[in-house]
Design a protein around this ligand. Sequence first.
Ligand SMILES: [Zn+2]
Length: 322
Amino acid sequence: MSRNRKYILDLSDLQYKQIRLPFKKKILHFLLWFSVSLVLAAIYGTFIENMFGSPKEKLLSQQVENLKLQYTLIGKELDNSIAALNSFRLSDDSRYRPILDMDSVPESYRRAGFGGVDRYSDLKGFLNSDLLIEFKSKIDEIKVRATVQKESFSSIAEMSAEWKREMDHFPGISPVSVNFRLGDGYRWRTIHPVLGTPRMHNGQDFEVPYGTEVYATGDGKVIESGWNTGGFGNCIVIDHGYGLQTVYGHLSDIKIANGQNVKRGDLIGISGSSGLSSGPHLHYQVEQFGTHKNPVNFFNSDVSVEEYKDMIQAFESKSKLR
Ligand SMILES: [Zn+2]
């Protein structure tokens, strides 16, 4: 039996007969049903909204929660950036600058522009002013610290390049690479081996066989190359800059020309016994700002402490004069 149909018992013939409503009445019934449904739906909707909030509000509140989470994460990233910049500052102050003999960058310079004036007054009076000011101040601190750090690193890089240049020019190695015996050292000689008169020995002699290769002990420019009338025979003088010069005497052959630039370790000549010499050896001299220095104190950086002690002992106890 269909629900939409209504029936009535006809007592005249005891039969159920369908009641057919007029069209107007049908419309009226529909409108009544529709209106009641609307009212019920509105009441029900308001009740749900009051209890749990509308879907739109729910979505907005989710978005707010998401934003809060994102702000927290960004805040942590900002803190991490500040911590990283601080670790760069510590490396600067405890490693690079002391090694290169540079002063630390003062903290007042690293934090220049902070404190004192209320720089965030325009951010006050908003709902989330505290958060805005906190973020803005952190970002400003990062900007200033990063700029100062960049400058600091570039001055460290410049200084380290300058140090490398100076180190490369420093006459810091032995001028011969064969096993050698140290001959006469830097000292006053009562008798010159050839002249037989007292004379200062301004360098270090290397007892090496005739024909031994002789190397530049540091980067520099050749300022003398040829016969030396002072007694060094075939002689080379290299200017290393920084007030330093080296002299290589009694050579049998010269491999570089005057004015030529040389690098540490370049072959410059061959040892011999030219000039005022009593036997094959290399005479090596170091001058700093025109003053003769003991060469042993320059080229000992590539020997061990024991070797250095032996070397000093050998040249101090040396009785053979040349
Ligand atoms: Zn000598």
